[in-house]
Design a protein around this ligand. Structure first.
Ligand SMILES: Cc1cc2nc3c(=O)[nH]c(=O)nc-3n(C[C@H](O)[C@H](O)[C@H](O)COP(=O)(O)OP(=O)(O)OC[C@H]3O[C@@H](n4cnc5c(N)ncnc54)[C@H](O)[C@@H]3O)c2cc1C
Ligand code: FES
Length: 345
């Protein structure tokens, strides 16, 4: 019979939950077996949602993606709990508060209905969902994501809403169509208004951080714009006074989307500036010319600004932007990021 060890999870607000974990099961699975639902998404070591810091004890790590847990983080004691097999009792600090842990599956899932599907650029679709039933409240912090299940399958994919938490049961997603991708194919060929989609409640720790009146610069690659829009819309709702800049980058002009929505937001929100960046542009493009990384580097170098940075989108773009910010002296702890890692990578 497998040995068991005690796992103590310590949350950001200094609360804790302790449960047993067999030496042949990972920490997330052990929690699930005992109705303790820690933050997790892919459960395959690919998305980094379950990341924590092991403060005490020993463990073995199973297979995981380097993107989700780079070597230097692993060496510093960071772990992916869905790939962490304790060999002694362990204590793990997680970057979220106790109220983010669920203790019953009913709290975790809800049903929605498709209310609108539209193509908004050469490779992006907008999907609107509405929660069914009487309870129309959808709780989440701007920047977090939801796992959506493809109808009649058990396949889920993570998507970050572009709208803000609301009591109307609405969720707005901006989804890049990946050739041959499971969710992409569903959305392009089979999704219909009225169809039901199961949604797992919000996960993730990407979101607005308080830092006085320090300006916030948001760098979004493609549909990385979704959580950025949610955060900026939240700032608008709260009438936050600090300057913010959205750097929105795509490869070609045909890939630009939400231009009108962004311009309207900038008109309503005097603190917001926009940089719409097209990498491979033609003569009739009048926005920023080049990648978001180039344009951000230009602005930070010319102005010497040291804003808080929020980066979101494809891993390559996020890594390149992080390197520029680091090189230009933005402290690492003021750079917040979410990589849209492909599932099961
Ligand atoms: C926390 C989080 C939030 C996310 N939020 C969003 C969002 O708001 N909007 C959004 O569009 N996406 C988002 N994603 C990505 C999304 O979850 C899916 O991975 C993506 O939509 C592809 O799913 P699919 O089922 O169509 O393709 P899959 O069936 O997963 O993949 C098919 C093939 O394409 C490859 N592939 C998958 N994604 C990519 C990619 N980005 N670039 C290159 N190759 C790829 C896979 O490796 C595989 O070979 C997010 C991911 C994470 C982890
Ligand atoms: S849930 Fe652990 S890496 Fe995705």
């Amino acid at each position: 019979m497998a040995n068991t060890h005690q796992v103590k999870i310590i949350t950001q607000d200094n609360e804790s939950v302790t449960f047993e974990c067999r030496s042949d099961e990972d920490v997330i699975s052990a929690g699930l077996r005992q109705d303790i639902y820690l933050m997790a998404s892919c459960r395959e070591g690919g998305c980094a949602t379950c990341k924590g810091f092991c403060a005490k004890g020993d463990y073995i790590m199973g297979k995981y993606s380097f993107q989700a847990l780079p070597d230097e983080e692993e060496a510093a004691g960071e772990v992916l709990l869905c790939r962490c097999y304790p060999t002694t009792d362990i204590e793990v600090e997680v970057p979220y508060t106790y109220d983010r842990i669920s203790f019953s599956p009913e709290d975790l899932y809800f049903e929605t209905e498709v209310t609108e599907i539209s193509q908004i650029s050469s490779n992006v679709m907008r999907l609107l969902l509405k929660r069914t039933g009487d309870d129309l409240q959808i709780k989440f912090d701007s920047g977090q994501f939801f796992d959506l299940e493809i109808p009649n399958t058990t396949t889920t994919r993570s998507y970050s809403p572009a709208n803000t938490a609301n009591k109307k049961g609405e969720l707005e997603f901006l989804i890049r169509i990946v050739d041959g991708g499971k969710f992409s194919t569903y959305l392009k060929n089979d999704a219909k208004v009225g169809q039901k989609i199961q949604v797992k409640s919000a996960s993730g720790v990407f979101g607005l951080k308080e830092n006085g009146f320090t300006p916030r610069y948001f760098v979004a690659g493609g549909t990385g714009l979704a959580p950025v829009l949610s955060m900026v819309r939240r700032m608008h709702e709260w009438e936050e006074p600090q300057k913010c800049v959205i750097y929105f980058g795509v490869n070609t002009q045909e890939e630009v989307f939400f231009l009108q929505e962004l311009e309207k937001l900038a008109k309503d929100m005097k603190t917001l500036e926009l940089r719409i960046c097209v990498w491979k542009y033609t003569d009739d493009w009048h926005g920023e010319k080049g990648s978001v990384v180039d344009i951000l580097r230009r602005d930070l170098t010319e102005t010497g600004a040291k804003p808080d940075l929020y980066l979101c989108g494809p891993p390559g773009m996020v890594d390149a932007t992080f390197a520029v910010c680091d090189e230009l002296g933005i402290p690492k702890e003021r750079i917040y990021l979410e990589k849209f890692l492909p599932s099961g990578s």
